[in-house]
Design a protein around this ligand. Structure first.
Ligand SMILES: Cc1ncc(COP(=O)(O)O)c(C=O)c1O
Length: 390
């Protein structure tokens, strides 16, 4: 692609980062498996190298740069760096911005291990974390301290699906001198640009929709120009690395992200409509659905929705009834992770993972990932499951 400017996201997903004529016209950048990278002469060995001229495999190869470029281009970032998992990406991003004595503000709905990282690793470094209600918006300014270095968000929260007013939080946080970072795994680089909404750093569990086929672990951190030096330095110090085979799968996933997500969203909306017609359902937590909490903010800020949602059953229910519903499902696997082509379902209990807010729902929360199966088959299977609740 000669010119990126003016190209729309689907076109960038298809063309960004590829340079076929650097390798025999082969469409995809090959998997470069590398530790040693040879230099031809002593002068070349001694020549100071740019970021795209690594002297060692850990620093990346053209396989890595392809995925970094397509993520950054689609998300509207200055650049992107890859990590071995989403959690590794969270760790690099946070560590790159804190020092001893700092204070961090973290939304109460974040992915549990991000909270653990704050509570168990950053506390050891003398960094204190305060958790806050994700609906706080500009009131975040009341929690900012002179030593608050980071405000960390996840929107929608991947278990409870609250949508944060990211521009309002980011504006207040930036005015107080904090860096704003956000876990954008649900929105993907395609449906939400943290950078267009005031954030400095965006984190992805690329394991989910970017890889898209449940067969690799991968993380990504995209960033504005101001963040590049601190992030790249921390990633170098930590030895952060993503395996070339997994990175290749991430690039391959990106090429089809738009068509996959379109179907995930269409099917998820259809399943929500159908669920709401069933007497066993209290409500759905899926911001793209007009009945869902967070719909207005989602509509204002996002350009689409992925396939992960919450469903609250009318309660109270015996655990045995819920087990009978879930155990008998044919098409919904029970397992952590999401974003692959297949449907999943899990019982969830957010109450143990919160400190600033309370989870007040009485009914059982189910987290459902709507995959790419036929919509009628997905609904039929869920219907039989709901019948078993009684
Ligand atoms: C929202 C979110 N962020 C980060 C992660 C961590 O990603 P990984 O499993 O690749 O470490 C997950 C994993 O479930 C997640 O759901």
């Amino acid at each position: 692609m000669k010119e990126k400017a003016g190209k729309r996201p689907e076109t960038l997903l298809t063309h960004s980062g590829r340079h076929p004529f650097d390798h025999f016209g082969v469409v995809n950048t090959p998997v470069f498996r590398a530790s040693t990278i040879l230099q031809e002469t002593m002068a070349e060995y001694k020549r100071p190298k740019g970021p795209r001229e690594p002297r060692y495999g850990r620093r990346g190869t053209p396989t890595t740069f392809t995925l970094e470029d397509v993520i950054a281009d689609v998300e509207g970032a200055h650049g992107c760096l890859l990590a071995s998992s989403g959690l590794n990406a969270i760790a690099v991003a946070l560590l790159s911005q804190v020092k001893q004595g700092d204070h961090v503000l973290m939304a109460d709905n974040v992915y549990g291990p991000a909270r653990n990282f704050a509570n168990h690793v950053m506390t050891r470094m003398g960094v204190e974390t305060t958790f806050f209600d994700p609906s706080i918006a500009s009131q975040i300014s009341t929690l900012l301290r002179s030593n608050t270095s980071v405000v960390y968000l996840e929107s929608p929260g991947s278990q409870t699906f609250e949508v944060t007013d990211v521009p309002a939080v980011a504006k207040a946080a930036k005015a107080g001198g904090a860096v704003v970072m956000m876990d954008n795994t649900w929105g993907t680089p395609l449906f939400f640009s943290p950078f267009a909404h005031g954030c400095d750093i965006s984190i992805h569990a690329a394991t989910k929709y970017i890889v898209g086929h449940s067969d690799a672990m991968l993380g990504a951190v995209s960033y504005t120009a101001d963040m590049e030096e601190s992030l790249r330095a921390m990633s170098g110090w930590l030895g952060t690395f993503a395996s070339p085979d997994d990175v290749y799968l991430g690039s391959r996933g990106m090429r089809t992200l738009a068509v996959r997500l379109k179907q995930h969203q269409e099917s998820a909306l259809a399943v929500c409509d159908w669920l709401l017609s069933r007497p066993e359902i209290e409500r759905v937590l899926y911001p793209p659905h007009p009945s869902s909490a967070g719909h207005d903010l989602w509509k204002r800020d996002f350009t689409g929705g992925s396939g992960l949602m919450g469903v609250i059953l009318k309660g109270p229910l015996q655990q045995a009834s819920i087990a009978s519903m879930l155990d008998g499902l044919e098409l919904y696997g029970m397992g952590a992770s999401w974003g692959g082509y297949e449907s999943l379902i899990l019982p969830a209990d957010p109450s143990s993972n919160r400190t600033a807010t309370q989870w007040r729902e009485n009914g059982q929360l189910l987290r459902i990932h709507i995959g790419l199966e036929n919509i009628d088959d997905l609904i039929f299977d869920l219907g039989k499951g709901l019948d078993r609740l009684q």
